[in-house]
Write a protein that binds this ligand. Structure first.
Ligand code: SF4
Ligand code: SF4
Length: 173
């Protein structure tokens, strides 16, 4: 520590000691206040959830694992790649292909590495088609790292199942 800094610290300590009352210097009032908070919390009602017997039902605003919206038997996704572009964790891989459907493009391969995903919701925000949304699912268990790469088989979820989230997004936008 330089002499200048040592001088400043010494001055600050002198001022602080001068400002404190005798009781404050003993820290007793602060300890008593802290103990009061502890005892209050001890007597307050408990909010322990007996999971998994007692399930957690998230609010529509909850950001669970991202999923692809399936509408009338097809994914809404047009494979524009915007979600993959904005994903800060580089968790999304999209491979586009052509389709006879009106949308003309679809994702031949769509994968999310759930070990990388940080549930930020940027993909959902960026998507121009409301094709990728944050679901209410929060239980993710993998035996091997490769099991965490979710393809379309695990990502597709019906529009009806996601209606609450879609309605929430409509209101929020
Ligand atoms: S929620 Fe965030 S981290 Fe996860 S896939 Fe979407 S953009 Fe990537
Ligand atoms: S999910 Fe949305 S943003 Fe991502 S590729 Fe499909 S249409 Fe584009």
């Amino acid at each position: 520590m330089s002499i200048e800094v040592q001088k400043t610290v010494k001055e600050a300590q002198q001022v602080r000691r001068k400002d404190l009352s005798f009781m404050q210097k003993t820290y007793i009032p602060e300890i008593v206040k802290g103990m009061a908070v502890t005892f209050k919390s001890m007597l307050a009602p408990k909010f322990t959830r007996q999971y998994p017997e007692e399930r957690f039902n998230p609010q529509p605003s909850y950001r669970g694992r991202p999923v692809l919206v399936e509408d009338k038997g097809h994914e809404r996704c047009v494979a524009c790649g915007l979600c993959a572009r904005v994903c800060p964790a580089l968790a999304i891989e999209v491979q586009a292909s052509e389709t006879e459907l009106e949308k003309e493009r679809y994702p031949e391969r769509f994968e999310i590495n759930m070990l990388r995903c940080i549930f930020c919701g940027f993909c959902e925000e960026a998507c121009p088609e409301e094709a990728i949304v944050m679901s209410d699912e929060y239980e993710l268990v993998f035996q091997h790292p490769e099991d965490a790469i979710y393809g379309k088989d695990k990502l597709l979820m019906s529009k009806e199942r996601l209606q609450t989230r879609l309605d929430f997004l409509k209101k929020a936008r």
